[in-house]
Ligand binder design. Structure first.
Ligand SMILES: Nc1ncnc2c1ncn2[C@@H]1O[C@H](COP(=O)(O)OP(=O)(O)OP(=O)(O)O)[C@@H](O)[C@H]1O
Length: 671
């Protein structure tokens, strides 16, 4: 199991700043500062000649030996660094100025004037003209013979720095950074050119990876497009990439192989951003066995899970699997602790989510921050429904790959009254009559099921599978119950013992309590699937559906969103709505994309149930191209953009970049 392994690995690398944005309020940090301050004071007192001993009644003291106080400052800061900054390696080789956050760097440089170069000193002396900057050294205030509390001093420093202009980073630091960047660049190029990173024959990975994919996924051979994509020159050169293929085209596997290359060959951490908590959980579950076998860590960032900044690991690399919101916080915390370049790769599934309101804005901010702070972090985005690819490419500075491959043919239909029409975008009005429903409804039944859902599902179940997408969770449960009411008793005997076992399992996971709706519907092979299920319940329902014990799921749009791969012979959209909103093209495509089980069905079919008044909108829905992805940062008087700017300032991202951001975003599209 992944959990205990991660626990074990925490070790002494445990981070002092549990939440990245709670630094100022962190009582443990302040307590530690007090403790260190106390220690310094005592040490200083012990080094004083007797005649110069401080007044014991005076809480403050004056250092009479500046060189020793400087040493102690350095020790104090080294101690801080050891405890707070999570740096690995030999402590003796540390140079604090290399990786301190800006606010603490200022403290350090002021406290250690001798440790900086002449040039640097000159530069810092001009900084001193700015009264806003204070330093840890000022906790020992020689002028008035009093020592300020280190806690107060730290607070003042942080408050002062918050008010100040972004400081110039010292030349020494800039030079060091340039050298490091150049060295990294050379190393990177060498890695790219060298075959040594090819750990094995499977796209640079050991053949064990291919074995695991076959073992856990049942995939023996990659599709042609997958091979082409994985061998793209742009991927080899670690350029950013957007790729787009129809739903169920096998996009995820390509992303997973690239992720493994980054973790195992390049030995860098990876962030995978997925749209929903349930999908993150599913992905964590799906990849955990790979993590165990290939010795990397999988860290969940969804719901209440995830640490900021993440624990810095000694040897194993981490795959962070995160929701959009948690991914953003994770990136913030990595920028703040100057660890953003630890991220070798960021993969965004369902890239079209960029256009989804405030969530899209958060995703956009996350990607913008990565682009502006870490040139060495590769970004890969995938989606089945992209339109304005050129603009997205410009935003992500990415190459583009696309293919029309779909393993199983998809036939699209709509139902209007008792007629089924095939969606045919070549015909004049997009719909061509296919057939009439020939299921006899009593007047009573027609009143309860006016949309002929029972007629549509009984054409496929129980021997084949069916998904019925409903606009709301409540509707999922109602439709499941309604169908069961009219199914004949023969359905009860289909895989009866397994259904009974499923009910027992569900009861056990609920400590003897079970949802009454599921209790009534499961004997007919039917269940609902929505976010109201616990993750254990969901897992049991999904497994039962995948193995054919359940033949029909009524579900919300979440099931269509990707990782939960539960295809069906027939997909029915009970109405063209998600909650009260008319379906977007992307949502429609995602839902109907579940139709057709690769390796089982020769074709999949989708049926959208329409009312007369929805006909025209539906015509547009099935025929128009996917919606464009536009920036959401300028909505609501540019609140998102303001928030991005403030965040960049807070994270001390170079402000010039933010101006570039402003100019490009003014065009109304993505950055
Ligand atoms: N080379 C392959 N051979 C056989 N099956 C494959 C192959 N690649 C992927 N699959 C299977 O095809 C199914 C759909 O793949 P996947 O979920 O990766 O598609 P996708 O393009 O990401 O779809 P979506 O856009 O719906 O998320 C999965 O069950 C996956 O295991």
């Amino acid at each position: 199991m992944q959990g205990p392994r991660q626990e074990q690995d925490c070790g002494s690398d445990d981070d002092l700043f549990g939440e990245y944005d709670s630094f100022a309020e962190d009582p443990s940090l302040l307590a530690q500062m007090d403790c260190l301050e106390e220690k310094c004071i005592q040490e200083a007192a012990s080094t004083l000649p007797l005649s110069q001993s401080p007044d014991p009644s005076n809480k403050f003291m004056t250092p009479l030996n500046p060189s020793k106080s400087t040493v102690r400052d350095k020790e104090l800061l080294n101690h801080l660094k050891r405890n707070a900054l999570l740096t690995e390696g030999n402590p003796d080789s540390w140079d604090l100025s290399d990786d301190l956050p800006c606010s603490q760097l200022l403290c350090y440089e002021d406290a250690n004037p001798k440790s900086v170069t002449e040039q640097n000193l000159n530069e810092r002396s001009s900084d001193k003209a700015n009264p806003v900057y204070t330093s840890i050294a000022s906790y020992i205030n020689a002028k008035d013979g009093k020592t300020k509390s280190l806690r107060d001093s730290l607070k003042n420093t942080l408050a002062g720095n918050a008010k100040a202009h972004t400081p110039h980073i010292s030349r020494t630091r800039q030079i060091k950074e340039t050298i490091i960047m150049e060295e990294l660049d050379v190393a990177q190029k060498t890695l790219e050119m060298s075959s040594e990173i090819d750990l094995g024959p499977f796209y640079g990975l050991p053949s064990k990876v291919a074995e695991l994919i076959e073992h856990y996924r049942g995939i023996k051979k990659l599709y042609d497009w997958q091979h082409t994509c994985l061998t793209l020159e742009s991927l080899r050169q670690r350029k950013n990439l957007i790729y787009s293929l129809p739903t169920s085209g096998g996009k995820t596997l390509v992303a997973e192989i690239v992720i493994l290359q980054e973790l195992l060959c390049r030995k860098r951490d990876v962030l995978m951003i997925l749209p929903y908590v349930a999908i993150v959980q599913e992905k964590v579950r799906g990849l955990s066995s790979f993590g165990v076998d290939l010795e990397f860590l999988i860290e969940e960032y969804a719901g209440s899970k995830g640490r900021f900044p993440p624990i810095k690991r000694r040897t194993k690399k981490s795959l962070y699997i995160a929701t959009i919101e948690k991914g953003h916080s994770l990136v913030n915390s990595l920028i703040e602790t100057e660890r953003i370049s630890d991220l070798g790769l960021v993969v965004v599934d369902e890239l079209h989510m960029l256009s989804e309101g405030s969530r899209g804005a958060i995703l956009e901010m996350t990607l913008a921050k990565i682009l502006y702070t870490s040139e060495s972090t590769q970004i890969i985005g995938m989606s089945a429904t992209l339109n304005n690819v050129g603009e997205l490419q410009q935003f992500l500075k990415a190459e583009f790959y696309t293919d029309n491959f779909r393993p199983v043919e998809l036939k699209e239909f709509v139902k209007l009254r008792d007629s089924i029409y095939e969606v045919d975008n070549k015909s004049e009005n997009n719909f061509t009559l296919s057939r009439l429903l020939n299921y006899k409804y009593s007047s009573n039944m027609l009143r309860i099921d006016p949309d002929h859902i029972i007629a549509l599902v009984t054409e496929v179940i129980p021997n084949q599978s069916c998904l019925v997408f409903c606009p709301t969770k409540r509707n999922c449960e109602n439709v499941a119950e309604m169908i069961c009411k009219y199914l004949n008793k023969a359905y009860l005997s289909h895989r009866e013992a397994e259904k009974k076992a499923l009910i027992d399992d569900l009861r056990n996971t609920g400590n003897g309590i079970m949802c009454s709706v599921l209790k009534r519907t499961i004997p007919f092979g039917i269940a609902y699937h929505h976010s109201g299920l616990t993750s254990d319940e969901r897992k049991l329902v999904e497994e039962a559906y995948s193995s054919g014990v359940l033949c029909l799921l009524t579900c919300t749009s979440t099931l269509a969103a990707g990782v939960v791969n539960l295809p069906a012979r027939r997909v029915i959209l009970r109405a063209p709505y998600v909650a009260k909103d008319f379906l977007k093209r992307a949502q429609y495509k995602q839902m109907i994309g579940r139709a057709g089980r690769a390796g089982i069905d020769s074709a999949g079919e989708s049926i959208l149930i329409l009312q007369e008044k929805e006909k025209e909108m539906a015509r547009e829905l099935v025929s128009k191209p996917p919606e464009n992805c536009f920036s959401n940062l300028m909505h609501d008087c540019g609140k998102g953009f303001q928030s991005l700017l403030l965040s960049l300032i807070g994270l001390k991202v170079h402000i010039e970049n933010a101006y570039t951001l402003h100019i490009t975003i003014d065009s109304g599209t993505l950055l």
